[in-house]
Design a protein around this ligand. Structure first.
Ligand SMILES: [Cu+2]
Length: 292
């Protein structure tokens, strides 16, 4: 139980601008606690933490990450909306192969494994997600195509990242969620009504294709439909702010944190459908939630 408290502490710390120094001091505290009780089994440790800066149109990121559960804190340096998607390249495929595949109208090939990451937040904010990284070659990519319809990876937001063998020691324990979101074709199901306050969300995708959670806080009186209309054709002030979530992935679980305040939220999936290429929100994959 005490370790769970420590883990939640680490995640709460990282909701703000989490630095590598903070992360390593958390890890140190944890390993000191372990050696103090050497007679007990190795205690689980917090996930590895990395910090990524995103801006128009590049990422500043560590290019080598040890395998295992990893909390990615993405700081959006703006001025646009950005997110982090980690795509694992299997079958010896390269970043050039991925760029070629994305240039075709077809769905992404099976060797491009979508593993998620922190979803879009407004400029100046931090989005935090925890995902499990296997050793291999990954591409960190921004699929956001707002404004103008050209995906940001085509403007430079793609970076090769090598996930190396896990570091020695006990494996990291998963964050302790207080809410589970289950993704299906084409719906979001919440395990409990959403309440105000900081939350750790667990997200499971039980479908046969990638889905995402784009979490949006609607401006007073605005609807998810008005937000989607704005995304298609921006005019006037944005009717919502982006507050994070998890980028497209299969399987899971993945985790993200968000501080929820009273008002209306929308969960939206923008992933193009595997069968007809239409974004999943056009298949009904939006959910509006009122938080008292
Ligand atoms: Cu971007």
């Amino acid at each position: 139980m005490r370790n769970q408290v420590l883990l939640i502490g680490a995640i709460t710390l990282c909701l703000g601008a989490c630095t590598g120094a903070k992360a390593s001091s958390v890890a140190k505290t944890d390993s000191t606690a372990q050696s103090a009780s050497a007679s007990t089994a190795a205690a689980p440790v917090a996930p590895n933490v990395i910090t990524v800066h995103a801006k128009d149109f590049s990422f500043a990121t560590p290019t080598q990450i040890p395998a295992g559960l990893t909390t990615i804190n993405m700081i959006n340096d703006g001025p646009g909306l950005h997110h982090v998607e980690m795509i694992r390249l299997d079958s010896g495929k390269t970043i050039t192969d991925l760029e070629k595949a994305f240039a075709l109208p077809a769905s992404p090939p099976a060797w491009a494994v979508f593993t998620g990451g922190p979803n879009a937040v407004d400029p100046g904010k931090t989005s935090s997600a925890t995902i499990d990284l296997l050793p291999g070659n990954y591409v960190m990519i921004c699929l956001v195509d707002f404004p103008g319809g050209v995906p940001h990876f085509a403007k430079g937001m793609l970076m090769p990242v090598t996930v190396t063998a896990a570091t020695a020691g006990p494996p990291a324990a998963a964050p302790t969620p207080d809410e589970t979101i289950t993704l299906t074709n084409y719906a979001f199901a919440l395990s409990a009504p959403l309440t105000a306050g900081p939350h750790v969300f667990e997200v499971k995708n039980t479908a046969d294709q990638p889905h995402e959670v784009a979490m949006i806080k609607l401006a007073p009186g605005k609807t998810a439909e008005q937000f989607l209309a704005f995304m298609a054709k921006p005019a006037g002030p944005p009717p919502a702010s982006a507050v994070g979530g998890i980028t497209p992935f299969t399987g899971g679980p993945t985790y993200f944190t968000a501080d929820i305040t009273p008002g209306n939220y929308a969960l939206i999936c923008f992933v193009p459908d595997a069968k007809d290429g239409k974004p999943h929100f056009m298949h009904g994959m939006t959910k509006t939630i009122t938080v008292m």
